[in-house]
Design a binder for this molecule. Structure first.
Ligand SMILES: Cc1cc2nc3c(=O)[nH]c(=O)nc-3n(C[C@H](O)[C@H](O)[C@H](O)COP(=O)(O)O)c2cc1C
Length: 143
């Protein structure tokens, strides 16, 4: 199963999560700020945070401009946010619009902003993200 991990990160949390997930898969985490070329993959992990209740516009436009459904069979979303519950609805919508299947399950863990949520995502959050990515890998390897 060919995999890729892309992320957008304003304050480093998504980068940390993406790098842990990517290392576990044996791939490089791709920073969308660098407009990376995406090879054809079976499973794309999309990692990002929530800013003013939304997923990042940068991540949305990267997906819209660079990614096509012929490049990506399946996508999964991983999110960190202060609320510990806000999902990246905009990213899900963009992927669906591109004809890319997105797993209904989204990993969400706590982030932090200023002094709120200090210390998150922590090691447990990162380990949980890796465990989620492994479950998805097994799910889509079998199908
Ligand atoms: C400018 C800004 C706005 C944010 N707004 C929200 C928000 O509306 N809701 C929320 O739950 N978290 C919010 N957060 C917290 C981030 O979603 C959280 O810390 C996330 O882990 C950031 O990921 P990153 O470090 O990869 O950018 C905000 C953070 C920043 C920097």
């Amino acid at each position: 199963l060919k995999t890729a991990v892309i992320y957008f990160s304003r304050t480093g949390h998504s980068q940390r999560i993406a790098e842990a997930v990517a290392e576990n898969l044996g791939v490089e985490a791709l920073n969308i700020k660098e407009k990376p070329y995406l090879n054809e993959v079976d499973l794309l992990y999309v990692v990002g945070g929530i800013y003013s209740s939304r997923s990042s516009p940068e991540l949305q436009s990267y997906l819209m401009n660079i990614v096509t459904s012929s490049q990506v069979k399946q996508a999964v979303i991983l999110t960190s946010c202060l609320s510990n519950s806000t999902k990246q609805h905009e990213i899900r919508a963009v992927l669906r619009m591109l004809g890319i299947d997105v797993d209904p399950d989204e990993f969400v863990c706590k982030g932090s902003f200023l002094f709120f949520g200090k210390g998150h995502p922590n090691d447990d959050d990162v380990n949980n993200a890796v465990a989620f990515s492994n479950r998805m890998l097994i799910k889509y390897s079998a199908s």
